[in-house]
Each structure stands twice: as structure tokens, then as C-alpha cells.
Design a protein around this ligand. Structure first.
Ligand SMILES: [Ca+2]
Ligand SMILES: [Ca+2]
Length: 346
């Protein structure tokens, strides 16, 4: 939804004085937030609610290896079928292994993990309680590599059923292997996407979904990885709304938003790119900032969003409103802030 230009002119009369009153809490901030309602479920592979993350997509092909399918997936997955998936990881997560030849980056927070559409079937890391590990081997010596190997591994140990079947694969993994040991020089998380030419060759860029032997019903599907693409680098945004309590159909012209960008100064943000609840853009007036420590860098930004534009998205109760935009360098910023909504003014 775009904001009409005639509406934009309403903003021209707003002065810094008004915004200052707002920031000082002089108007509209009297209502406290009521108890939060049930937490909003994490959207499947839209990423975590509050964290920095990368979204990397891959494509591939079901290979000619062992194929075991439960009856309800017969004909839905077949050799040569297409594979498309993504993984979501935090590029700042620390290495849990002191061994300098292997990096172990384990994610238990909701929203991280990987997903896969294979033929007509779909699988994801558990969106609420993932057990997702990224493994980076650099000249690492282990069972199948007595002379050492470089390898990038993705492993998801807690998964949803492989829909439309009820089978839950315990094994959901991807390995990009380089026996020449040239792919990595350290066990640090590499820049993504990876150059797959470093891993090309028979069985050097493969994935598998499977149940463990003894689990029933059984599934085992192997696939080759053909491409890898970085889709987004997302930074969290801290968002607060003023006022924090709204009435439906309020005649107020605006809702003020205070925002902070983690890991970067808000001046790196492109204010015109911001969209509230997916479609409402801010006033074109320059954001008003606050320099708490008087070092010349604004820590907070205040922007105004047209209040009436939000009504189609609101009903009575607690809401977490999403604010999304881009840094001037192109990365996505995303955050949620709470407002409570009361019945409309008659
Ligand atoms: Ca290590
Ligand atoms: Ca190496």
C-alpha cells in the first residue's frame, strides 16, 4: 500500500517542537501496555524475530542413490526431481569447539535452521525448538578422511514431518566436501554463499534426508547441490511506538516510532525504505534523532507514520507490529514493537 501524496502534505506542518513533546512523553504516552497475548508463532523460515541472520538459498536435484520412500510419498519424490531449500544462520555465532580444525556453530533459537522442498514434499527444522548445527572443517582428520578434509556441513536434528507424509526424518543434512583441503584456511564461518566450484565432483556437494535404521516408517533420499545464493542479510531493529495504546479509528494523524538499529548507526538506515506492517511508509520529513552521549552520532531515530493507514491491520487486543526497511548498503533491517488497541472512539 502506498501513502497518497495528498496525505503526505499533512505532514509538512509538523514541527520539531511537536516531535520533541512526543519524545518527552508530553502527549499520548499515558497508557501502559496490557499483558501480552499468546506469543505470535514464528513464521516458518522468515527468520528469527530478534536477531541478525543470513538467508541462503540452494537448489539441487534428487540423485540416483538409495531411495526409500513411505507409501504416501511414492511418486512425489523421484530421481531427477527438483530440490529447493534455504538455511538461516547468525553470522556472529561463536565457535563452540576449541579444536582449530573444526568450527561447530549450534543454533537452538527459534527461526534458525533450514528448510527443503524436494519434489512435492516439504521439510523444515522445528520452527520452535530447532537443533541446527553448521560445521566448518579445515584440514580436519576424522573417520572417512584420515588425511584430513575441508567440509561445510549443515545438520538439522529436530525436524517437522516430511509433508505430506507423517514421517519425521532424523537426518537432514548437507555436506560440501573438499578432499584437496583448499576450500577453507580456518574453521571460522566462511563468507556466504560458498563458491561451489571448490566442492564440485562426485558426492562432494550432497544432501540427505533420512530416518535412522530401525526407525519406522523409513525414508532415505539423497540429492546433489547445484547452486547456492545469498538472499538476505538481516539486522534486528529495536522498535517502540508512541503512543503505545491506540484506539481504533482514532483521529490522530500519526503514530511515532522510535527505532535503533543493532550493530550500526541509524544514520546508515534509509528512512524512505521503512514500511510498517508491510505497507505503511513514514512521513517524508527527515527523521528526528537523539544523541544521548553527545558524540555527534544519533543513537535513536523518531519517525512518524500515518495513524489511519494502520486501521485495516488492527483489531482490539495486543499487537506486534512489524517494521522493515533497508540500510543504505542494501541489507534488510526488521523489528517488532508492541501496541495495545482499544475499542474505537464512537
Ligand atoms: Ca574450533
Ligand atoms: Ca584447508
Amino acid at each position: 500500500m502506498q501513502i497518497d501524496h495528498g496525505v503526505s502534505r499533512w505532514w509538512q506542518g509538523l514541527t520539531v517542537a511537536v516531535i520533541s513533546m512526543l519524545i518527552a512523553g508530553a502527549i499520548g504516552c499515558g497508557d501502559s501496555i496490557t499483558a501480552p497475548s499468546d506469543p505470535v508463532p514464528v513464521a516458518a523460515f522468515d527468520g528469527p524475530r530478534n536477531g541478525e541472520f543470513l538467508i541462503v538459498e540452494f537448489t539441487g536435484t534428487v540423485n540416483e542413490g538409495t531411495l526409500i520412500l513411505p507409501p504416501d510419498l511414492e511418486g512425489i519424490i523421484a530421481p531427477g526431481g527438483s530440490v529447493k531449500g534455504r538455511f538461516i544462520l547468525d553470522p556472529t555465532i561463536p565457535d563452540a569447539s576449541p579444536d582449530s580444525t573444526i568450527g561447530v556453530y549450534t543454533e537452538l533459537r527459534p527461526g534458525y535452521g533450514m528448510s527443503l522442498t524436494i519434489g512435492g514434499a516439504h521439510l523444515e527444522s522445528d520452527p520452535h525448538s530447532p537443533r541446527f548445527t553448521v560445521q566448518v572443517m579445515d584440514d580436519h582428520i576424522f573417520g572417512i578422511a584420515p588425511d584430513g578434509m575441508d567440509r561445510f556441513g549443515l545438520m538439522s536434528f529436530a525436524n517437522t514431518p516430511l509433508l505430506p507424509s507423517t514421517v519425521v526424518p532424523t537426518v537432514f543434512q548437507i555436506f560440501l566436501s573438499d578432499p584437496s583441503k583448499n576450500a577453507f584456511d580456518t574453521d571460522a564461518l566462511p563468507a556466504l554463499p560458498l563458491d561451489l566450484t571448490a566442492f564440485k565432483g562426485t558426492m562432494f556437494a550432497v544432501g540427505r534426508i533420512a530416518t535412522l535404521i530401525g526407525e519406522s516408517p523409513r525414508v532415505s533420499v539423497g540429492f546433489d547441490i547445484d547452486t547456492m545464493t545469498l538472499v538476505e542479510h538481516v539486522y534486528p531493529l529495536t522498535v517502540s511506538f508512541y503512543p503505545r495504546s491506540l484506539r481504533l479509528h482514532d483521529r490522530s494523524l500519526w503514530l511515532a516510532v522510535r527505532l535503533q538499529v543493532a550493530a550500526t548507526a541509524p544514520s546508515e538506515l534509509d528512512p524512505a525504505s521503512l514500511r510498517l506492517v508491510g505497507g505503511v511508509g513514514p512521513s517524508p520529513d527527515p527523521p528526528f534523532g537523539r544523541d544521548r552521549d553527545r558524540d555527534g552520532i544519533l543513537e535513536d531515530w523518531f519517525l512518524l507514520f500515518p495513524r489511519f493507514g494502520l486501521d485495516p491491520y488492527l483489531n482490539v487486543g495486543m499487537h506486534e507490529l512489524k517494521l522493515e526497511g533497508r540500510l543504505r548498503t542494501g541489507e534488510l533491517v526488521r523489528g517488532w514493537g508492541q501496541v495495545s488497541v482499544r475499542r474505537g472512539i464512537p
